[in-house]
Ligand binder design. Sequence first.
Ligand code: PMM
Length: 269
Amino acid sequence: MRPLVMGVVNVTPDSFSDGGVWFEPGAAIARGRDLLAQGADIIDVGGESTRPGALRPSVEEELDRTIPVVESLVGLGAVVSIDTMRATVAAAALDAGASMVNDVSGGLADPDMPGLVAERHVDIVAMHWRGHAVDMQTRAVYGDVVAEVRAELEGRITALVGAGVDERRIILDPGFGFAKTAEHNWTLLKHLDRLTGLGHRVLAGTSRKAFLGRVGRDAGHERLPLQRDVATAVTNAYATLAGVWAVRVHDVPSTLDAIDVARAIEAAP
Ligand code: PMM
């Protein structure tokens, strides 16, 4: 099966690749509509920037940013995922018609999140996370990054199932760029099959991340976020071959091309 394409709508003033661009609700809704028209299967709406060093918005601010956008995109027929670490925001988004929760903390940041997901019988993306953006890069310390990310995600599965979440509802995500150095990200990508091998659906979110800006370039000559879609297409082709369920991206057309090419390679005799 072709991996699903999750298109990103960040309703934030400061997300690292597109912060501020879709901050007005009208612009965010228009962006979501465009992503849908381009072939996105899911629209991921988020109101909190998780770029390294970012400070958190208030709950009210996060609700004001996201809920009108969720409501409008659901009205257009979109399958919407809410990118939040807060159970109150997730609950409001589900009430507004969102059908899944994308929690970059995998239920760690808010103790009410696992119970909410269990009660609502929705899918949850459990991403590997070691702490809030403000100081997460100090936690980028691993002996064996693949084994540790895998084990920590298994811990999230246990906690979520313990709270009543149906195991089949849990989608795993290695959390590229979250408490990871560039080297950690490359190793996780190379060994993505170790995660898909756990038997859960896997989501990969490499789109426009900093490690794609730096690779092969000298300091000062990095690709800027908007120049990273070709590099992203390559990582998503690789993720497709590794058997991911979905990829989370900013640019849908180049992603669909990458998936088509990867699948042709896979299907060739
Ligand atoms: N990355 C970002 C935000 N949300 N959610 C999941 N599940 N996986 C990710 O890798 C992920 C995410 C940060 O990227 P952005 O600022 O471009 O949205």
